[in-house]
Design a protein around this ligand. Sequence first.
Ligand code: PEP
Length: 252
Amino acid sequence: MRRPFIAGNWKMNLDRAAVVELAKALAEKAASFADVEIAVFPPSVYIDAVREAAAGTPLGYGAQNFYHEANGAFTGEISAAMLLDLGCDYVILGHSERRHILGETDADVNKKVHAALAAGLVPIVCVGELLSEREAGQTNEVIRAQFDGSLAGLSAEQMTGVVIAYEPVWAIGTGRVATPEQAEEVHRELRKLLTDRYNGHVAESVRIQYGGSVKASNAAELLAKENVDGALVGGASLKADEFLGIVAAAHR
Ligand code: PEP
């Protein structure tokens, strides 16, 4: 049984006061949903504020990115050790905004995945096609290339420590959510890739989140799909009630 995992990506939003208020509201309720893994991803400068608000509660947290090198002259970057120092358990890698706005490649993501696992962080590795790619019938091809490139060189054991997020780029921040059938079709393809590249045990173990305009009102039908194990949520994770509504949809 894969434990449902609902993650909130706060992106470059909120200020310290709003972060504290939101994290406290979520931390207060997290224990009511013990069967759901819940984590938030604040801007890095506010991770310490979330750490304080989440202390002693099941609310998890992590970073939206990091740099794969251990230390040195990498101005503006943050290492895995620094994230561990802040108590992070997770890191989001290969988000489409990093791929398409900031130019991250599969090779960059792959270095980060290896560094995250070596440090003991759980990477949430995002894959997803552009609208033009979907319309050209290239969705599976794109997903396969991102999977093979971003996850290259992992052992079966390492792979079980990875969470995959399927995030069609055309559904992110657009209000245009994939239908449950569209999501399930790609999740099934990802599960098949896990079997082909690794084995049945890995395929059954790895959690695959859906991301792209998930809200409290559409979460239940997406999460009801056999291969949808959770959600990576952007906009709707900035409001406690809305995010908790998504968590409640994952709660059995
Ligand atoms: C995201 O950024 O990962 C995301 C899914 O955003 P939204 O929920 O706003 O579409």
